[in-house]
Design a protein around this ligand. Sequence first.
Ligand SMILES: O=C(O)CCC(=O)C(=O)O
Length: 272
Amino acid sequence: MRASLLQIGVDEGESVDSRRRRVASLVREQAGADLVVLPELWTTGAFAYESFTAEAEPLDGPTHEAMAEAAADAGVWLHAGSIPERAAPDSGSAAGEGPLYNTSLVFSPSGDLAAAYRKIHRFGFDKGEAVLMGAGADLVTVRLPGTTLGMATCYDLRFPELFRGLVDAGAETFVVPAGWPERRRAHWTLLARARAVENQAYVLACGTAGTHAGVPQAGHSIVVDPWGEVLAEAGSGEEILTVDLDPAKVAATREQFPALKDRLLGLETPRR
Ligand SMILES: O=C(O)CCC(=O)C(=O)O
């Protein structure tokens, strides 16, 4: 299974529309891959808080349209990173806009929307995403030929219980789009490897390059195998990371070193 991670440069000098067109072309160029992965909030930049509202779109908005077409043209599964999603207003609420979410989209090779995941853990503490966006509530997995993807976004990487939940839901390959800052790059690499080792799963973690809203991005997209080995790691600039994965390695690792079977806590039915 061939996966291509597109570490997109997100800089303020490029408009959202032209970046969307450029990224669609890059996705089309990945024909021959099985899975293509984009980063978090690559239309706006993950730290460009003031543009979230202006550039928010419904699930079936312009990014959905462009990425569905690009996935179908390339004939690939596309994890299209995330968009600032403007949800429909609650039917019971007063007229007005619905909430914002940081929502990841996955398209099948025929261009159909296969899954949408609203980021659960919002970053920013008392500002930015944490106050502007709503929190997702649902764990999301997607079945692909050969592997089941578990979806998580950026700051989610710091919450191991989310990944354990995804394993319980059948995940074998975690896909983590991000806009991770350079300042905490060491955490990014360490946590990507930790999530792979503790869950005996592939981790495909795709970040952005460039600087937006004054925050230099880490880049360093990384692919880790179920034993914790780093199969590929990008530098800090815009880059495409292409890696061949062996989906059978997840089951083999879990069988040869069955630590997941020794879990005692957090199970619905305790083993001992
Ligand atoms: O956890 C971190 O250090 C970075 C998280 C982040 O930038 C995000 O979730 O957008």
